[in-house]
Design a protein around this ligand. Structure first.
Ligand SMILES: *[C@@H]1O[C@H](CO)[C@@H](O)[C@H](O)[C@H]1NC(C)=O
Ligand SMILES: *[C@@H]1O[C@H](CO)[C@@H](O)[C@H](O)[C@H]1NC(C)=O
Ligand SMILES: *[C@@H]1O[C@H](CO)[C@@H](O)[C@H](O)[C@H]1NC(C)=O
Ligand SMILES: *[C@@H]1O[C@H](CO)[C@@H](O)[C@H](O)[C@H]1NC(C)=O
Ligand SMILES: *[C@@H]1O[C@H](CO)[C@@H](O)[C@H](O)[C@H]1NC(C)=O
Ligand SMILES: *[C@@H]1O[C@H](CO)[C@@H](O)[C@H](O)[C@H]1NC(C)=O
Ligand SMILES: *[C@@H]1O[C@H](CO)[C@@H](O)[C@H](O)[C@H]1NC(C)=O
Ligand SMILES: *[C@@H]1O[C@H](CO)[C@@H](O)[C@H](O)[C@H]1NC(C)=O
Ligand SMILES: *[C@@H]1O[C@H](CO)[C@@H](O)[C@H](O)[C@H]1NC(C)=O
Ligand SMILES: *[C@@H]1O[C@H](CO)[C@@H](O)[C@H](O)[C@H]1NC(C)=O
Ligand SMILES: *[C@@H]1O[C@H](CO)[C@@H](O)[C@H](O)[C@H]1NC(C)=O
Ligand SMILES: *[C@@H]1O[C@H](CO)[C@@H](O)[C@H](O)[C@H]1NC(C)=O
Length: 835
């Protein structure tokens, strides 16, 4: 009796229908597996897919539901080296909400059976070799939010069914296929669409003007197709759009002035079309526009004045058009974020805009590149140029090449070829390096470095006795020079320090700031403004209210010049940071090298102020303090680690010269008001000699670089400074950020290092070693949310710790490269975000 009651209870608890559905899920998965080629990496991965030893909900990549614990809700096998075809049986996983098979080698067709997945929200099949057309049946997935089919070999047209009932579709990416035919006007019926990317296909015909009805659209990219006809003026209604890319088509007609209504636009690319007419001045209203690309069209007329008012611009590309008129003298100077301007191959005339001359103009800090070659620019060169690269070739410029240009600190490429320059080519600075300037096609130049093989610059010498004639001239010149220099030395000696008062020098391209300015900004270096002090100096918070400086709040590092190393670190920091600009580096506002009110040397570096202090402050909050209650969650920590990795990747590989930071640690990672991390304190940094691998013997006078606990083992032994050393310190920082333990913690004194401590716990006791705040977060998640999110967080912790371990490998060459670190952290962070 009791037994039958129990049986009845069992039957009630597990309804037979659910059993059957669950069994069907298992069969569908096994069928999916059987369609894959077992010889590949996928075969290895799917070894865990063994019905007799494990429940299918625990198979790799499979996640089951919270309310329906036997039903498969996610199948995520991204970048798993799978090949073979996609089994139609997936259409039977009726609870599936996320299907991600992106980045594999799958071939064959997309099974139309996927259209039966009525609960499907995310479909990612990108980066495979899928063929055939997009099955119209997909349109039946009424709940689909995002569909990514990019980079396959899909052919045929975009099915109209996609647009019919997909009320939730917000992200549609079909780029990089061979899709042809027209863009269906009915796409305009997708009420929720935000991102629409159809680039790199073979779509043709006109752009449907109905797309102008998609007012929620924020990203539209239909570049590199075969579209023709005009840009619909209805696009002016797409007021949420932040990026619009129509480049590389055959669009014609003029640029609709309605585009000036796209107030949120930050990138506009209309290049490589056959657009004609003038640039509408309404574009000047695009106050958020950062990238403007309208090059390689047939545009004519002048650049409207309003364009020089678009203060967010960083890149302007108008090359290869028929634009004319003069470039205003103060062009560029009102664009504080400008970086690169391409104006070559047009019909501009007049002179070189005066504003490029002024390297000290604060508003031109980032502006480094200008090409105005192949125009009709005339007259002469300015005496100074505050750019890195300037191309003036094939114009109508004349006059001499000023010697002062050789001394421009950041000028590294000057193309003067095919003009009418005359006179002597200087030999100083940039002109001493034949790869930095180009002068061919100027008939009347002389002198210069011998490699140029130009005629010498002497006036036609008298035919006879010229040596004898020249000698007295040389002698009198030399003696005049000697007298002048003597006078000059006497003068400067006389008027020396006492009368000179506070002097000021500045870094090229940065605003000038005097000692007195800094006294004012920091309230006389008052202790209340002291942010911290170290062996080389003290850091104060300062506030400028002049409009000379574009940031109000700053941090001022005053160097203790009595310690001999301080001056060297100052010079190192200036040298390294001179040309470095990156989102994740602390920005130097300026440097101040002056005399204080007692007549002593005074040197300070002024940085952007970082409102949220250092990573160290966050990892070890002062519990007495109000701020002690704050802490970083897992996502924030991963983002900070990613920011730091990006900064290192930049200074190691992508900066103006490869460099090593040599002191990566939490107190040197600073957080701005938006919690974006910036790597600071380059006092120990070192520029590495290019070409000599990335390793280099450090000068012995510098001695040990770095901080105990973070410095790699090889610095102690052989003093090798290298980018690998930074990666070691970074690895330690990663482990510390996740575990909340300093590498110098007392518990690591007796043999066991932070690395070993993590290594031991990695396989099964991860939650025991992570920072208490993090483990609380993850624990909460466990209780409130579904298992798969909890599992994902633990996976993420494990991946980050593993990354920390591979960065802090004992052997320098076995450590990860920064590029790989960045990629991996991106992937980890994304996996954390996915629903
Ligand atoms: C992917 O599969 C191919 C073919 O079997 C194999 O050669 C390759 O090593 C695998 N790659 C990875 C990363 O597993
Ligand atoms: C599945 O697991 C069982 C027991 O662990 C094992 O005997 C069998 O060979 C496995 N099958 C496959 C296909 O790996
Ligand atoms: C889907 O399930 C049905 C029965 O539930 C079955 O007849 C069919 O063969 C399955 N389809 C695939 C492709 O496995
Ligand atoms: C789809 O997968 C690919 C390859 O793994 C990935 O790069 C892409 O970001 C994914 N798409 C979306 C929308 O997440
Ligand atoms: C935009 O939508 C409105 C109504 O929703 C419709 O009347 C109009 O024809 C659409 N515009 C275009 C260009 O399709
Ligand atoms: C959308 O654009 C069309 C064509 O430019 C215009 O006639 C219409 O008034 C616009 N609609 C809205 C809501 O701005
Ligand atoms: C460019 O515009 C000019 C007139 O402004 C016209 O004569 C020429 O044919 C156009 N070129 C192309 C390729 O459209
Ligand atoms: C540029 O901006 C200034 C100040 O905002 C304004 O006075 C001026 O009229 C603008 N110029 C143009 C051509 O829009
Ligand atoms: C420097 O920039 C300001 C705007 O910030 C501008 O008014 C001024 O003309 C510029 N100076 C030169 C010489 O370009
Ligand atoms: C550059 O600008 C500064 C101030 O912005 C000014 O004092 C200086 O005279 C300018 N130099 C040139 C060459 O225009
Ligand atoms: C300089 O300009 C000439 C003429 O346009 C061009 O042929 C040459 O390649 C340019 N040199 C460099 C290095 O860009
Ligand atoms: C080049 O400049 C000279 C004067 O500097 C002028 O006379 C001549 O017309 C210009 N040539 C062209 C093609 O603009």
């Amino acid at each position: 009796m009791a037994a039958s009651l129990a049986l009845l209870l069992l039957l009630l608890l597990c309804p037979a229908s659910s059993d059957a559905a669950a069994a069907a899920d298992e069969l569908s998965l096994l069928s999916f597996k059987s369609f894959l080629l077992p010889s590949d990496g996928g075969g290895l991965l799917l070894a865990s897919w063994n019905a007799s030893s494990r429940h299918y909900c625990t198979w790799q990549g499979v996640a089951c539901g919270r309310r329906h614990p036997d039903r498969v809700v996610e199948l995520r096998l991204r970048s798993s080296n799978l090949s073979g075809t996609i089994s139609p049986s997936l259409g039977n996983l009726s609870f599936l909400s996320k299907l991600d098979l992106g980045g594999n080698h799958l071939s064959g067709k997309i099974p139309p059976e996927l259209g039966r997945l009525s609960r499907l929200r995310w479909l990612n099949l990108s980066g495979n070799s899928l063929q055939g057309s997009i099955p119209a049946a997909i349109g039946a997935c009424a709940h689909l939010t995002g569909m990514d089919l990019t980079n396959n070999q899909l052919r045929g047209t975009i099915p109209l069914q996609i647009c019919a009932a997909m009320e939730n579709l917000a992200y549609l990416y079909l780029d990089g296929n061979g899709l042809s035919g027209q863009i269906p006007g009915s796409l305009a019926e997708l009420p929720s669409i935000q991102d629409l990317s159809l680039k790199n296909n073979r779509l043709s015909g006109h752009i449907p003007s109905s797309l102008g009805n998609l007012t929620g659209l924020s990203y539209l990219d239909i570049s590199n197709n075969k579209l023709s006809g005009p840009i619909p003026s209805s696009f002016g209604n797409l007021t949420s759009l932040s990026e619009l890319d129509l480049s590389d088509n055959m669009l014609s007609g003029s640029i609709p002035s309605s585009l000036g209504k796209l107030a949120s636009l930050s990138g506009l690319d209309l290049s490589d079309n056959t657009l004609s007419g003038a640039i509408p001045s309404s574009l000047g209203q695009l106050s958020s526009l950062s990238f403007l690309g309208i090059d390689s069209n047939n545009l004519s007329g002048v650049i409207p004045d309003a364009v020089w008012n678009m203060s967010s611009l960083t890149v302007i590309g108008v090359q290869y058009n028929m634009l004319s008129g003069m470039i205003p003298a103060n062009a560029f100077s009102t664009l504080p974020h400008l970086q690169r301007v391409y104006m070559d191959h047009n019909l501009f005339h007049g002179h070189i805009p005066a504003s490029i001359a002024n390297a000290s103009n604060i508003s031109m800090l980032t502006f480094v590149y200008l090409s105005i070659g192949a125009n009709r620019i005339s007259e002469s060169l300015p005496k100074d140029i505050g750019l890195d690269t300037l191309d003036l070739s094939s114009n109508n410029l004349s006059g001499q090449i000023p010697k002062s240009l050789g001394d421009m600190p950041i000028l590294h490429s000057l193309n003067l070829s095919f003009n009418n320059f005359a006179g002597e080519v200087p030999t100083n600075g940039a002109f001493a390096n034949a790869s930095e300037f180009y002068i061919e096609g100027n008939a009347n130049l002389c002198g210069g470095m011998p490699e140029l093989r130009l005629p010498p610059c002497f006036l036609k010498p008298p035919k006879r006795k010229h040596q004898i004639m020249l000698l007295p001239i040389v002698i009198s010149l030399v003696s005049m020079l000697a007298i002048f220099s003597l006078l000059f030395v006497l003068h400067t000696w006389h008027t020396g320090r006492k009368t000179e008062g506070p002097t000021r020098t500045q870094m090229q391209g940065h605003p000038m700031i005097t000692y007195l300015d800094l006294v004012k900004a920091t309230d006389g270096f008052s202790p209340t403004n002291l942010l911290g002090s170290g062996s080389f100096g003290s850091v104060y918070k300062g506030k400028f209210d002049s409009n000379n400086v574009d940031t109000d709040l700053v941090a001022v590092k005053v160097l203790k010049l009595e310690t001999p190393k301080a001056l060297r670190t100052f010079i190192a920091e200036c040298e390294v940071l001179r040309n470095m600009r990156h989102r994740n580096l602390v920005k130097i506002v300026t440097i101040c090298s002056s005399i204080d009110n007692r007549g002593n040397d005074f040197k300070a570096i002024v940085y952007d102020f970082m409102a949220n202090g250092s990573l160290e402050d966050w990892l070890y909050p002062d519990t007495n303090d109000e701020s002690g209650k704050r802490h970083l969650n897992l996502y924030q920590r991963v983002t900070i680690l990613l920011d730091v990795a990006c900064a290192l990747d930049y200074i190691h590989c992508h900066g103006p010269a490869p460099a090593a930071h040599c002191d990566v640690k939490p107190s040197n990672v600073l957080l701005d008001a938006d919690m974006v991390a910036h790597v600071g304190d380059f006092g120990l940094a070192k520029i590495l000699v290019e070409g000599s691998s990335s390793m280099q013997q450090s000068t012995s006078s510098m001695g040990f670089r770095g901080t105990i606990g973070y410095a790699p083992p090889e610095y102690g032994a052989g003093n090798m400074v290298s980018t690998h050393g930074d990666v070691y310190s970074y690895g330690i920082l990663v482990l510390e950020t996740v575990t909340g333990n300093r590498p110098t913690d007392n518990r690591f004194r007796q043999g066991l290092s932070l690395r070993e401590y993590v290594e031991r716990a990695l396989s099964d006791k991860v939650m025991d070693i992570v920072d208490r705040q993090l483990s609380l977060d993850v624990q909460n998640e466990h209780e409130t949310l579904d298992d798969s999110s909890h599992k994902r967080k633990i996976d993420c912790l494990v991946s980050v710790l593993r990354l920390g371990l591979s960065c802090s490998h004992e052997l320098p060459l076995s450590r990860m490269r920064t590029t790989d670190i960045v990629n991996e952290l991106h992937a980890i962070r994304e996996s954390l975000l996915s629903e």
